[in-house]
Design a protein around this ligand. Structure first.
Ligand code: ADP
Ligand code: G6P
Length: 512
């Protein structure tokens, strides 16, 4: 597609997501009535990627208004025009009470659905009172569906994001004109039928999702598991495993896979703009001389951070010559704090880092440098660029964008202008868990790891560090080709293409 304006949305677009693209905050902590208001713009990932598409479509975005000053700037209908000063589209904010947030977001979304889909069913049991959580989840999904109905017409395309809105598709379907299209992208894995048996509301959830015309997943495996779950747990649903269609309650849902990508060029540019990546290391107290391993994750139990620390400990045990020479920098972002499993993980990670450092560290060298500091995207790209080996070890991850960000930021010396896209490139090595969606894309050129096999994981780290430069460069070149081709724009294009085909199977972007 040579259209520079990005992927075209084939109708009036209404995006639904939990996180919003713009947040308003009071500048002063005091929250005084004269405190001026500042706006946070989308920093990366999905919201930043979708924002220009919704701008171009003059669409509507419906999201939880979670900024302190969000409702000081909205109108009587809870809407505000964004981006500030440009007024390209309407952001409709849903104001959620503390109780709603605690049950819908912290409760059902993140202590039932998240652990369910990441195959941690024990954590659902730990939560216990899911019935109240689920009531709130339904209530919030209804409020979002009501908001969609306020904006929708027969030409609308409603595009729902993620697991916070499992019931919304059917609720929206009940409220809007039949001709409108409802599409949904499920950004996290779909569990096996055995694990899905632990879902306390399996039928309602499946019924909710089958309100969609189109349901998207990152990889085929999740779509197939979804079909298996429908077949096993929903009476009356007719599953076509060949065509990936489900007929249920007078509607048809089509499944499609599209592996999400990133805005690769922006990462490449940011990485090239970093003048001295070594100076960045010094900011974290890391000697610029070291061979650098890097980890960048939300502090989430699905990311396999303790498993990574165990492999690092084994690596330093087996390779005394690497002590003082190799440093692992782990950037972790606290996430969903207050949820017991996240609190325990944070405690465990911090104490393991301390223990390993006291075991191997010396006066002037620490094996693991751990930080929870916020790092802006530009700097993050500099760290990716400087890393000799990037370690991504989730126990399960829908996609994992960090893997792609590392690859896009792996630039070589010199300027890219005049060169092929992404050239010249660097030679960092990617260690990638086989249990990520990203592995389906990059697995052939990454060094594959099973995060739970500590010995093999440590051995793969040695392999990565010993790999000849020519081999590293060949692999990186191949991964960069994938990351630049299957980027965020291609992902959105593929979704909109599937939407077009719902209405007219002969219509496809490939024919443009
Ligand atoms: P998830 O969505 O589960 O957190 P992804 O890897 O798909 O995992 O996406 C994470 C996003 O958050 C990436 O865009 C990444 O750059 C960003 N991110 C994660 N950790 C940090 C961090 N410590 N500092 C800055 N950005 C981070
Ligand atoms: C995952 C989910 C997203 C979510 C993100 C950050 O990527 O798929 O929907 O926004 O994690 O989590 P948070 O709970 O902070 O929104």
């Amino acid at each position: 597609d040579d259209d520079d304006n990005g992927p075209g949305c084939p109708g009036s677009l209404i995006v639904v997501s939990n996180r919003q693209p713009y947040r308003h905050e009071y500048e002063s902590e005091s929250e005084g009535d004269d405190g001026s208001i500042v706006v946070d713009e989308p920093a990366g990932g999905l919201t930043a990627g979708l924002d220009p598409v919704v701008q171009e479509a003059n669409g509507t975005w419906i999201a939880w208004g979670d900024g302190e000053a969000d409702f000081a700037v909205t109108d009587a209908n809870d809407c505000v025009s964004v981006p500030p000063g440009e007024d390209a589209y309407t952001l409709h904010r849903i104001d959620l009470s503390e109780e709603a947030v605690s049950s819908y977001y912290y409760g059902f979304s993140n202590q039932v659905l998240w652990p369910l889909c990441h195959e941690f069913p024990d954590l659902i049991e730990e939560r216990g009172d899911w019935a109240n959580d689920f009531e709130w989840y339904r209530t919030v999904n209804e409020r979002f569906a009501d908001a969609v109905a306020e904006h929708a017409t027969a030409e609308s395309i409603v595009w729902i994001q993620d697991y916070h809105f499992g019931l919304a598709p059917r609720l929206i379907r009940e409220r809007i004109p039949k001709a409108a299209t409802i599409a949904h992208f499920w950004h996290i894995p779909w569990p096996t039928p055995e694990t899905f048996a632990e879902c306390p509301v399996s039928e309602e959830l499946l019924e909710g999702l089958l309100g969609n015309d189109l349901l998207g997943f990152h990889v085929d495996r999740y779509a197939r598991l979804f079909l298996e779950c429908v077949e096993q747990y929903l009476d009356g649903a007719v599953v076509d495993h060949e065509e990936w269609l489900v007929d249920y309650d007078e509607g048809t849902t089509r499944l499609a896979t599209a592996a999400m990508g990133i805005d690769a060029e922006t990462y490449d540019e940011h990485a090239r703009a970093v003048e001295d990546p070594d100076a960045l290391l010094e900011e974290f107290g890391v000697s610029p001389e070291v061979t650098l391993g890097l980890g960048v994750d939300r502090l989430d139990y699905s990311k396999g951070i303790p498993e990574r620390l165990a492999a690092l400990e084994r690596f330093f045990e087996r390779n005394p010559d690497r002590r003082g020479e190799f440093t692992f920098l782990q950037k972790a972002t606290p996430s969903r704090t207050g949820i017991p499993a996240y609190e325990r993980l944070g405690d465990l990670v911090r104490s393991e880092v301390t223990r390993i450092n006291s075991r191997f560290g010396t006066d002037d060298w620490q094996p693991i440098v751990y930080t929870e500091e916020y790092v802006p995207q530009e700097k993050l790209c500099g760290l990716y660029r400087r890393a000799d080996v990037m370690v991504i070890s989730p126990l399960l991850d829908g996609m994992n964008l960090v893997a792609q960000e590392f690859v896009a930021s792996c630039v070589g010396e010199g300027s890219a202008s005049g060169a092929a896209p992404g050239e010249p490139h660097g030679d960092g090595v990617l260690l990638l868990s086989e249990r990520t969606g990203a592995h389906e894309r990059l697995g052939a050129d990454a060094v594959t790891i099973d995060p739970t096999d500590t010995d093999a994981f440590a051995a793969e780290l040695e392999t990565a560090l010993a790999m000849p430069a020519s081999e590293r460069r060949r692999r990186m070149r191949s991964m960069r080709t994938d990351v630049f081709e299957a980027d965020l724009e291609a992902w959105m294009d593929s979704q909109f293409d599937s939407i077009r085909r719902l209405h007219d199977p002969s219509e496809s972007n490939d024919d443009d």
